[in-house]
Design a protein around this ligand. Structure first.
Ligand code: ACK
Length: 837
């Protein structure tokens, strides 16, 4: 539909226009016909030879039909004064157009001076006698607009002051945005605003069978175009969108919620006979739990009927059960739910492929409720009945412990012998002193995790959102849904892979408003992008630690989809450090590192491997607290601009990644420790780029050949040593995060331990002052002293360089080439000049 609506068109108006002309010898109507012999109302005047012309032509009253800006299109011919010999003194080539507003036709007899001038109209084209001779009419078209109009209608008037004019047509119209259906909302015909730049906000109404939780709106421009749609309607449950309407779901199909895009076929073993179904009924003998989503298949119950207690201690309960007699297909895994009696709101789920499970970390002498269900390809069966089992009370456990004293003594003896064997073996293997190693191989945790087992050593374990068939279920398990109306977006602070990152405020019911960061998912995303985007929230939502970015919740029920986290005033750590180069004390930097290590310890305890630990993925708040962020599934690395493709096809941030992870994809907490070492280096060098401008290929080669990053400027020896430890080729020799945390704790508690800097020329003097308050005599040998300052591994270098006694070390003067300088040169292998063979 055309956006212009005519109020008057003298060409198409066949009857008497009722216009008034005066004085008598002024404008006159001539009855002409167009090429189709239709009458044309043409008014003309041509008193070019006479002085003082003032000829008026008044239209009849024109209703504006509610429009507040109207347009007037004039078509006319105007004679060129040069073609009128003798009339040059008086001849004019313009005429004037006026209007007068009135609510009704009573205003007809107004005085001329009450009219308001719209414009003086001149011709673009004038006609000449020659034109007339050829019977060629050159028509001028001029359009003017008037507004804002405040009354119901108006008159127009044309004043001639001595020109030769033929007014061929007058068209008066207004513009509107024509009625349209957009996003399932009907927007009515809307007359444009009075101002030529005005956008009118118009509310839409949902079409039949549609609903909204975000009222639809659009904006009508002065040109009659619809712009900027906001909100939308969705077909209600039982209906789906087709051609801008909501069509009913056919029998056999259902749609459970307005948010589902279309009707889906009933899941296995369910049906509907009705149209517009919002769920499907289970076939006979098939069931679905009330809490199961309607997308889930109906299954025959395969309930576990009896459970055997295999072992109960004061802190753990081990159970076993029989596979159900008639499972509905192959059992993929069991889900064991348990909680302390009367505390059902806080429960634990263990997934196991075995018919046994051990729940540990329980309270002594407490009753626990267990329920088990099996999962087949068709979905979950119903939960078994509740089994109530009590752990052993402490008193009983103690007495049974008493009776076991001889056994314990025996085991202790065996234990001590075994330990001695291990220690001797360790010493014989020639390994220098280092960090004690955790007993568990990190891969083992990962394997457990991949097998879907969840062990409960009193610590929560990370659950891979991939293990959920429905990713939406994972998000809602781990993340709170926040209503979009609780969020105020204030400004855009950056760009994420999936959309803008904004800062804003969150006001939850009963809580004070507080600042948050909001990651948004851009419009037009694919289902996979949405899943990957929300995957981060499913992971983040499982963590609760002061050094892990805290998830406030997600917005998934309205658009845009958002992830809301705590706000970190200083943004990402690498940028922050670059901006504040040299501004912090070593203790402040060590505290930042301690925080990061503590967050990483928590993640590794939960069995989560970060894979992209780097200063750019650490956020820092106004109190300089650092928090690990940027969690994701495969996409973490996709999203990281530092990530490069390896020959194995994966995308890896080479400079931060351990060699075994680059070479054969072995990502473990130990490879995270390597990355942590690189983060330490980034922090101590205030955001310097690791390996500077070396290419990724050169980095891989150098690291493989045993080269390591040199110490950053003014870096405490102890911290650089820790970095080197993190970069041990053998991943089992790298420190664990808990060891890194306690090491940093010790250093921070004893600030003098951080005074010795790798590249300070007086480093040895410092060492002696800080570590040997009563002089070098506090240590019997150089080895003992180096052990005490956690530099035992350099004993050999000291010896080789002639510093075999503490006296020799103590005599080092500022002028001497200090053993630490030699030592630090040895640690600068990336610089060929500094590398000593
Ligand atoms: O260095 P920045 O200021 O810190 O720029 C990036 C940008 O958004 C894109 O990731 C910033 N950012 C991300 N999450 C947060 C947050 N929770 N608090 C404050 N800034 C954040 C990040």
């Amino acid at each position: 539909m055309h956006p212009a609506v005519n109020l008057l068109d003298s060409r198409t108006d066949m009857g008497d226009l009722g216009w008034i002309a005066y004085p008598k010898n002024g404008w006159e109507e001539i009855g002409e016909v167009d090429e189709n012999f239709a009458p044309i109302h043409t008014y003309q005047v041509c008193n070019v030879m006479e002085q003082n012309q003032n000829n008026w032509l008044l239209t009849s009253w024109i209703s504006n039909e509610g429009a507040s800006r109207i347009f007037i299109e004039l078509k006319f011919t105007l004679r060129d004064c040069n073609s009128l010999p003798g009339g040059l003194g008086t001849c004019k080539e313009t005429f004037n157009m006026y209007y007068f507003e009135s609510d009704n036709e009573d205003g007809r007899n107004i005085r001329e001076n009450q009219y308001i001038k719209i414009d003086t109209i001149a011709a673009d084209e004038s006609f000449t006698e020659l034109d007339l001779g050829d019977r060629v009419m050159k028509l001028n078209t001029e359009v003017r607009d008037v507004g804002p109009l405040t009354k119901k209608g108006f008159y127009l008037a044309f004043q001639d002051v001595g020109a030769c004019i033929a007014l061929v047509s007058v068209r008066v119209y207004y513009k509107k945005c024509p009625s349209v259906i957009r996003n399932l909302a009907l927007f009515p015909d809307t007359i444009t605003g009075a101002d030529s730049s005005q956008l009118l906000e118009v509310s839409g109404s949902c079409v039949n069978h549609s609903v909204t939780d975000e009222p639809p709106k659009m904006h009508c421009s002065a040109e009659g175009e619809w712009l900027v749609p906001i909100g939308k309607c969705m077909c209600k449950a039982g209906y789906e969108e087709k051609n801008n309407t909501c069509q009913v779901c056919r029998p056999g199909f259902f749609k459970a919620s307005p948010h589902s895009p279309s009707c889906s076929k009933c899941p296995p073993h369910s049906y509907t006979l009705e149209e517009a179904s919002t769920s499907c009924l289970c076939e006979e003998h098939y069931f679905r739990r009330e809490s199961d989503p309607p997308t889930m298949a109906c299954t025959t119950p395969s309930p576990i009927s009896s459970v055997k207690k295999s072992k109960i201690t004061k802190n753990s309960i081990s159970l076993s059960w029989q596979e159900p007699d008639r499972p509905n297909g192959i059992i993929l895994e069991y889900e064991i739910k348990y909680f302390e009696k009367d505390q059902e709101t806080s429960y634990t789920i263990i997934k196991s492929k075995e018919t046994t499970v051990t729940a540990d970390g329980l309270k002594p002498g407490s009753a626990y409720i267990f329920q088990i269900r099996a999962r087949t390809a068709a979905g979950y069966g119903g939960f078994s009945r509740r089994f109530e089992i009590e752990t052993i009370p402490v008193s009983v456990a103690a007495s049974s412990d008493q009776s076991q004293i001889p056994i314990i003594t025996l085991s202790l003896t065996v234990g001590v012998i075994l330990l001695a064997v291990v220690v001797i073996g360790f010493l014989l293997s020639g390994r220098r002193c280092g960090y004690s190693k955790a007993k568990q191989d990190p891969e083992e945790e990962k394997m457990h995790f991949h097998n879907g087992h969840i062990k409960l050593p009193g610590v929560k374990t990370y659950i891979d959102p991939h293990t959920y068939e429905d990713p939406n279920q994972a998000v809602h398990e781990f993340a709170k849904e926040i209503e979009a109306s609780c969020i105020t977006i204030e400004r855009v602070i950056g760009a994420g892979e999936f959309g803008e990152v904004c800062s804003g405020r969150l006001k939850l019911q009963g809580k004070r408003e507080f600042p948050v960061a909001i990651k948004t998912l851009k419009v037009g995303y694919t289902e996979k992008q949405r899943r990957d985007f929300l995957g981060e929230a499913s992971i983040m939502g499982q963590f609760d630690h002061p050094n892990i970015i805290h998830l406030e919740g997600v917005v998934t029920k309205s658009k845009p989809v958002m992830i809301v986290t705590e706000y970190m005033e200083n943004g990402s750590l690498d940028t922050f450090l670059k901006k504040n180069d040299g501004q912090f004390t070593v203790i402040q930097l060590a505290e930042m590192l301690r925080g990061i290590a503590s967050g990483m310890k928590y993640l590794s305890d939960m069995g989560y491997v970060h894979r992209d630990l780097a200063a750019r993925n650490i956020l820092i708040n106004s109190n300089l607290v650092c928090k690990v962020s940027d969690f994701g599934l495969s996409r973490v690395l996709e999203d990281d601009p530092e990530a490069a493709y390896t020959t194995r096809g994966g995308k890896i941030p080479i400079r931060w990644t351990a060699p075994e992870a680059i070479a054969f994809g072995k990502f473990t907490s130990a490879s995270d420790v390597w990355s942590y070492g690189i983060v330490m280096w980034e922090v101590m060098s205030y955001g310097e780029r690791p390996y500077w401008e070396m290419t990724n290929q050169d980095v891989i080669k150098a690291v493989e050949e045993g080269y390591r990053l040199p110490s950053p400027m003014d870096c405490p020896v102890a911290l650089y040593q820790l970095m080197l430890d993190c970069w041990q080729k053998d991943r089992n020799s790298r420190p664990k995060f808990d060891e890194i945390v306690s090491m940093l704790d010790k250093l921070i508690r004893n600030p003098s331990s951080l005074k010795t800097l790798v590249n300070a020329s007086n480093s040895v003097s410092n060492l002696l002052v800080e570590h040997s308050p009563v002089g070098s005599s506090a240590y019997r040998s150089v080895g003992e002293w180096l052990e005490a300052i956690k530099m035992g591994r350099y004993t050999e270098i000291f010896m080789k360089n002639g510093y075999s006694s503490m006296d020799a070390v103590a005599q080092v003067t500022l002028e001497d080439e200090s053993p630490c300088e030699k030592w630090s040169l040895t640690l600068h292998p990336l610089f060929p000049t500094g590398y000593q063979t």
